[in-house]
Design a binder for this molecule. Sequence first.
Ligand code: GUN
Ligand code: ZN
Length: 428
Amino acid sequence: MRAIRSRAIHWPSSNDQEPEYFDDAVLIAENGLIRDFGPAARFEAEGFDLSCCEHHPSWLMLPGWIDAHLHFPQVDVLASYGTQLLEWLEQYTFPAEAQYRDPEFARVAAASFLELLLRHGTTSAFAFCSSHKASATALFEAASARQMRLVAGKVLMDQNAPDTLLDTPETGAEDSAALIRQWHGQGRLGYALTPRFSGTSSTLQLAKTGELARQFPEVWIQSHLSENLAEIQWIQSVHPQYQDYLESYEAHGLVGTRSLYGHCIHLSDSEISRMASQGGVAVFCPSSNLFLGSGLMPFERLKAAGISLALGSDIGGGTSISLLKTLADAYKVCQLQGYTFDAYEGFFILTKGNALATQQDRFIGDFRVGREADWVLMDPSRVPLIERRVSSARSIKEELFVYMILGDEQLVAETTVFGQAFQFDGSP
Ligand code: GUN
Ligand code: ZN
């Protein structure tokens, strides 16, 4: 059992403007789950001995952060200079992913990758692996050892990439099915069918992916959609039989409430209304969109159209694993379009919002009793500028906004996964 006493905020209802904040809270975790949570005064009134708590009066506790879109084999692609999507894939990304064919390389990389996520406050993620089955196996093994709630998938790609990265419609489907049987629903792990994007999958591969989605309706689907103007044109030439990019997925039954599409920047009105009516999730990846010069995702417009929205770092297109830095970019991308993304909306989407959009809100996203015990403790005193700036914040909302704009992993003092603490002493 662990008992934590600190300040705490979460969104127990599904309304981003209605958090529950306690300036002196207690959270009790047992067997990986939240057993109790509430104001310290209530615990004291019930006779609970507060002296048994790990007590951090100035720290702020939030539910663990969920990254709805990132690439496990792209840590070494971060900050690669000078290109946009298609050239960036060819020049930097495909060569980096080719290394993950080696199971030992993938095993070492998976451990380091998950340690990095935890160091940045990310307790849960939707991860693209490379096209090699070994890369997914390595990531699932590493996540299982840390009891992380992780959804991942081997990338499916059978054309338009170097040979060492290509599967075939048959081997891609066989490997995906084997990985689903082995890992989906094992502890906290889940599987996502992961066609990279329709440019690197033949029609037959997309059709086989649709068959798998029907055979295993409990798994997720993740891919990319409408990220870059040159990409959209290219997809049209690769798959001229479809009226638009979305139809290349729709035609195979790949758009539904468990389908997560990264980017969704340049969707047409028709694509927006079809995504909304089919329940597809658009994953906003502002850091990546700025870095790769892809464009400004029309967040407000997609939200108003009723599309379910999530947020992701999209590393290595994105430039930081830190979801705080991703929020700062989200704010700026929205500002440029006349929409002001507020701090409650920001921290809601990192926690409850991403849990809801990915249909995992029964397990994670808030501090309700029975949820899995994933949390992040932020210590503002670790960053002198932030410490000084928050001392004049007039409300918790103002304080959160400071973290959203100025914060990064230096603020993260502890990340807890399924009740187990990973503590960081402030040194790099
Ligand atoms: N589209 C297809 N593959 C990728 C990828 O690895 N990253 C991004 N940002 N977009 C993609
Ligand atoms: Zn991506």
